[in-house]
Design a protein around this ligand. Structure first.
Ligand code: ZN
Length: 222
């Protein structure tokens, strides 16, 4: 049985950029719904008892298990998303990530433009991610529940592009929501910690948690 992870801050901690009402619904209804549905689906399944990473890995790309994959991946994605934000976050990354972003994407302004453009260009529901792939950082968007790990990429930071993430606060103005995420919420400490973990895993020549997909649905931003 999986349990709904607690938010890493109070429901009103991200105001005025994300309202307490949005966060309460997003965490308490949407995220909880994915976890509850996953538990029901796994109850009589051979996959019961596996870790969330293993459930995602074993169901990815299997049409017979697409509902389990979707609910498992959305459970994972939302936990990662809560950690990708913090009160008083945003601005430019620091530490090792700053060096890599400047090398692979550009300065802080170029990074923000690329991240915003990937979010704006993404059609429908999904996610925009800062990822590390073979030591190179980049920005990708994924559809619906899809996530970087099943495409051989390490997730460093993500922003939820489902309308439930921003509609109450921003209506259809996704660009304003993404700008607020970048300017006021992005948790660069979390992203830097993920980069350190990714570098350690690559140095050990360990396979990434999940096998790369033969046909990635993610498209690197240009
Ligand atoms: Zn969401």
């Amino acid at each position: 049985m999986f349990t709904l992870p607690r938010l890493p801050y109070a429901a009103d901690a991200l105001e005025p950029h994300i309202s307490a009402q949005t966060l309460a619904l997003h965490h308490g209804k949407h995220h909880k719904g994915y976890v509850d549905t996953l538990n029901k689906l796994l109850a009589d399944s051979a996959l019961a008892g596996l870790s969330l990473d293993e459930v995602i890995k074993q169901t990815h790309g299997d049409p017979a298990h697409s509902t389990i994959f979707n609910n498992a991946a959305q459970s994972w994605n939302h936990d990662f998303f809560w950690k990708s934000m913090k009160p008083g976050g945003g601005g430019l990354p620091d530490g090792d990530l700053k060096v890599l972003i400047e090398h692979d994407i550009g300065d802080g302004e170029a990074f923000a433009e690329a991240f915003s453009a990937a979010a704006a260009a993404h059609f429908g529901s999904g996610w925009v991610w800062l990822v590390a792939t073979d030591g190179v950082v980049g920005i990708v968007a994924t559809h619906d529940a899809d996530l970087p790990a099943v495409h051989g990429r390490f997730a460093l930071l993500c922003c939820d592009l489902w309308e439930h993430a921003y509609y109450l606060d921003y209506n259809n103005r996704r660009a304003e929501y993404v700008a607020a995420f970048l300017d006021h919420l992005a948790n660069w400490d979390f992203a830097n910690a993920n980069l350190t973990a990714a570098a350690a895993a690559m140095n050990e020549a360990e396979p990434i948690t999940m096998e790369p997909n033969a046909a990635p649905a993610v498209v690197p931003a240009t």
